[in-house]
Design a protein around this ligand. Sequence first.
Ligand code: GLU
Length: 308
Amino acid sequence: MSGPKNTALQAALTKIDQTVRDEADWGAPAQYIPQLAAIDPAQFAISVCLENGAEYSAGQSDTRFSIQSISKVFALIAALGRVGDALWNRVGREPSGTSFDSVILLESEKGRPRNPFVNAGAIVTTDALLSGREPRLALAEIIGIVRAMASDDDIHIDASVARSEKATGARNKALAHYLDSHGNLDSEPELTLGTYFHQCAIEMTTLQLARAGRGLAGFANAPSVLPLRRAKRINALMMTCGHYDGSGEFAFRVGLPGKSGVGGGLLVIAPGRASIGIWSPGLDHYGNSKAGTRAAALLSNAMRWSVF
Ligand code: GLU
């Protein structure tokens, strides 16, 4: 049952949709994944879920997009569920200050990635989830968690995006083999990477994404997939590491935990208040959605949702 409608919130979303379309400062879609490079950047959607069950959207909120690195949040939830705190022996919890696919710190830090949201850390996280079983079972667990958190079984993987990334993903292959050389992969690099590329190719709408974030927002009525204590920790990682070397900038502008993906999606959490899904496929130079980040800042300001 949804609660009373918040007309100020709906008005803010409608205005933000209009503002980003008027500004038309879209950025460019990710170029290194051919399936994503072809997407028209002049697109925008935003959806918000509140604890009383009310839902709000503006723009193209029923268009599915590739969630890419936002999947790292759900894979982390799955991996922590499977191996618990032992995961932190293999991956750290510090911001990297480097780009999402950087190899620089792996050399000096002996194959232990800085955090689960840079690609190297996400590959290790997926490997922990995969260990000792077939990729389809690990993938079924990730997608099962996404569906449960979103209360929606109509969420799927676009295998053509996974194939597109596999064909061109030399950088991720290098990262996986480097991790393997340090003994930080349990499975063959190709198996772990195949699983990782498929999890990144999950497609969702902004409304499905906002619903999937309700547990992270700590809503009492969210599906009970994620204990509150774990939600707090994942929000902390999203705040400090969710936007790669643009994480400080995102915290400065938006003041909320968030996770971006190179498909142009953003999952933003206002703890105890709102779960927000945003999509606009053009990226800034960090690889984060340009209009999406602008929209998150406008919304946080309009609703006074910053945690600071
Ligand atoms: N699948 C992408 C990659 O590994 C995810 C990166 C992102 O969304 O930031 O390069």
